[in-house]
Ligand binder design. Structure first.
Ligand code: HEC
Ligand code: HEC
Length: 444
């Protein structure tokens, strides 16, 4: 026996008590500390009223046609003289140009419809995409055009720059409730042209309707929604794109995925010049001197499709969730009243395009590296959601600036940056509640 064994035993007993006491204290603390609601597990509860949904989201221009021509009818409220002008502009819009009437030796398509299929989106890029519509914008790191290729790769014509090809990388993911999804990310390559070192941006053609109404929203209304420094601290900033107006002075940008164009006229001119490399003189010989203005008039006055099933309880609940999870911070559900412009059907109309037309940082996953105007690589214009539920009527369906999303659900899952908390809140809903949000979007 060791002489001090009883002392050792006593010490052991004391430390045993100490350990037991510690465990007890930690246990007590565990019970007392407010760990908040079991946030990740609790089912979110709908506590927001459904917003008012205007049946006629495009005011008097709205059409209830929901078939394959849903995006190509004239503004319903136009009188005869304007309808005649609409028909005049429809001719060059639908015309397949050839070298005889002005098509350039390099181009991306031979007419507007080549990309804006039935005024809807271009088909999704897959493999070689010449003929299919999506284009590759190119530029130097500061956004200025490439000295060799200009601002867009021309992949058609006798003098084509090279062939654009898009492959897809699948990335699996899952909701907090365990349900799985897969997203695809584009991998762009150009065959026959060296674009290394250039900034690039793959762009699908967006649908073309309701443009004149977006143009008629007052710039003051847009400015009032901008919050560039996020001074209200809600995580959503939003800033106005700076572009050039038709009179050459600075104007709010509204069209294009980065709102880089101020007007439909500027967008239309850009399409003729850059997508078609059009010789305006030859085109005017065939379609008259006003062909550019007429095409722009047509593009301004295409009707907006009406909301469907707006009284359906599921649609209303989905709209309420849409507001509650934060989508409406950018895709605004409040209507605008348009200003008075030269076309009566577009003036003083109450419309809901579900956009603030502002630039938002949607995070690194959606970013390209091509700045445009004041927009950085990760900033995009809030896409208008009116008519989005009818996207598939033109024969194909995909979403976001490069067409990567195969469904509206995938489009939501790509949101990050300023929209990250809204996306996370959407992901945190139960599967039936997520379906309500998608049901609402399918009714637009
Ligand atoms: C080669 C394909 C292609 C052709 C041809 C084409 N577009 Fe586009 N269009 C696009 C793409 C891509 C965008 C988006 C551009 C961007 O954000 O950089 C676009 C955007 C637009 C927009 C802006 C829509 C919005 O909501 O922002 C309008 C309007 C438009 N085009 C009209 C026309 C007209 C009119 C013609 C014919 C003169 C035409 N386009 C020909 C591909 C095309
Ligand atoms: C911070 C602003 C913001 C918030 C919040 C936001 N979005 Fe978006 N949304 C955008 C922008 C910007 C785009 C265009 C992104 C792109 O094309 O890369 C977009 C695109 C979309 C598209 C695809 C549109 C098209 O034409 O392809 C859908 C659908 C959409 N959003 C739905 C939602 C839903 C549903 C929510 C809520 C869960 C939401 N958004 C929240 C800004 C926002």
């Amino acid at each position: 026996m060791y002489p001090n064994s009883s002392r050792t035993a006593g010490r052991r007993l004391r430390s045993l008590f100490a350990v037991a006491g510690l465990i007890w204290l930690v246990g007590l603390a565990w019970l007392l500390i407010d760990r908040g609601p079991a946030s990740t597990l609790a089912t979110p509860v709908l506590a927001t009223a459904a917003p008012d949904l205007l049946l006629r989201s495009g005011g008097g221009t709205t059409t209830v046609h929901a078939g394959e021509r849903a995006f190509s009818l004239s503004a319903r409220s136009m009188g005869l003289p304007d309808r005649i002008r609409f028909a005049d502009g429809d001719v060059p819009f639908e015309h397949p140009f050839s070298s005889e009437d002005g098509l350039g030796a390099t181009h991306n398509a031979d007419g507007c419809l080549g990309c804006h299929v039935n005024n809807g989106r271009s088909p999704g890029p897959d493999g070689f995409v010449a003929d299919a519509g999506p284009v590759l914008l190119l530029g130097l790191a500061d956004g200025s055009p490439s000295p060799e290729f200009g601002q867009q790769l021309q992949d058609r014509g006798s003098d084509a720059d090279g062939l654009l090809a898009v492959e897809w990388l699948e990335e699996p993911g899952s909701y907090p409730d365990g349900s799985a999804f897969s997203l695809r990310r584009p991998v762009v390559s150009v065959d026959g042209a060296d674009v290394t070192g250039l900034a690039t941006s793959l762009r699908a053609a967006p649908p073309v309707f309701g443009g004149g109404l977006l143009e008629a929203i007052s710039a003051d209304d847009l400015r009032a929604m901008a919050d560039p420094d996020d001074s209200d601290g809600d995580g959503v900033s939003g800033r106005l794109q700076e572009a050039i107006g038709d009179d050459g002075s600075p104007a709010a940008g509204r069209f294009g995925w980065k709102a880089q164009h101020a007007s439909i006229l500027a967008t239309t001119r850009h399409a003729f010049d850059v997508d078609l490399h059009l010789d305006h003189g030859l085109a005017a010989e065939r379609f008259g001197d006003d062909f550019l203005d007429d095409t722009a008039f047509y593009t301004r006055t295409v009707a907006v499709p009406a909301i469907r099933d707006r009284d359906d309880p599921d649609v209303r609940a989905g709209a309420a969730w849409f507001v509650q999870v934060g989508c409406a911070a950018c895709h605004r559900t409040e209507p605008y009243t348009t200003t008075v412009v030269d076309v009566q059907a577009l003036s003083d109309e109450v419309i809901t395009p579900f956009t603030d037309l502002l630039l938002h940082d949607l995070g690194p996953d959606l970013a390209d590296d091509l700045p445009q105007g004041v927009a950085t690589g990760s900033e995009w214009r809030t896409a208008p959601l009116w008519g989005i539920g009818l996207t598939g009527v033109v024969g194909h369906e995909h979403y976001l600036h490069d067409g990567r999303a195969r469904s509206v659900e995938e489009a939501i899952l790509w949101h990050g940056g300023e929209a990250e908390s809204a996306r996370d809140a959407f992901m945190g809903l139960t599967a039936p509640d997520r379906s309500l949000v998608l049901r609402f979007l399918s009714a637009l």
